[in-house]
Design a protein around this ligand. Structure first.
Ligand code: ADP
Ligand code: ZN
Length: 215
């Protein structure tokens, strides 16, 4: 399947994407993961992106479009892809449209994961992520704690709170989302691609997507 996952930070895009890859071998492409990898490795891209990310701002469109222009050409995309965290601005959505039409690829849907702001705030402040970049398992101190506090069940690395998951950065990320990314819902509605789902439970979201793409 070929999907865009839209939704505020903490709406569960990453969780849903992981559940969907298991269904048909589609690959999850998370621009956030790609950027965090680059920051950790200290590449040029990482150095340019870090300040924006820590502040809860978006990384400039041209950097993101360079990354995605290359990523979509990779072989693993042939089985399908789940875009998690991209596009995030109208110019990114327009550019994606151009890239896909050049490649002769049609999307199945742009899924809008809709969750109340209070639920999002609660999820983000309690989120912990495995610090091992090859693992990145996500925990939640309330709903999904690791067996040993602060240690990843899967690989034993420390679990951490991301630099952009302080209360201040979270509130900034939600504002950024409302200003720059929320308008994409209207964009994809006009394109005839929008699938709106209540995302309080990831299972419900996955069921709605399966029905939509006929799995
Ligand atoms: P979340 O969805 O939880 O906010 P992500 O992991 O998707 O987090 O992204 C983390 C940060 O990476 C964003 O706050 C932003 O700074 C940057 N980023 C990720 N994807 C994009 C994008 N498509 N455009 C601009 N910035 C991005
Ligand atoms: Zn781990």
């Amino acid at each position: 399947m070929r999907l865009i996952l839209l939704g505020a930070p903490g709406a569960g895009k990453g969780t849903v994407a992981k559940m969907l890859t298991a269904l048909d071998g589609s690959v999850q492409i998370s621009t956030g993961d790609i950027l965090r990898g680059a920051v950790k490795e200290g590449t040029e891209l990482g150095k340019k992106a870090k300040g924006f990310m820590d502040a809860g701002d978006l990384v400039p469109d041209d950097l993101i479009l360079d990354i995605m222009g290359e990523r979509l050409l990779e072989d693993d995309c042939k089985a399908g892809f789940l875009l998690d965290g991209f596009p995030r601005t109208i110019p990114q959505a327009e550019a994606l449209k151009g890239m896909l039409s050049k490649l002769g690829i049609e999307l199945d849907a742009a899924v809008n994961l809709d969750v109340a702001r209070e639920i999002i705030l609660d999820r983000l402040t309690t989120r912990r992520t495995c610090s091992n970049s090859a693992c990145q398992e996500i925990y939640n101190t309330k709903s999904k704690p690791s067996k040993v506090e602060g240690v990843c069940d899967k690989c034993g690395s420390p679990t951490i709170q991301r630099d952009d998951e302080t209360e201040e950065a979270i509130s900034k990320r939600l504002d950024t989302f409302n200003e720059q990314t929320a308008p994409l819902v209207g964009f994809y509605k006009q394109e005839g691609l929008l699938l709106d789902v209540n995302a309080t439970s990831s299972d419900t979201v996955v069921a709605a997507i399966k029905a939509k793409v006929g799995l």
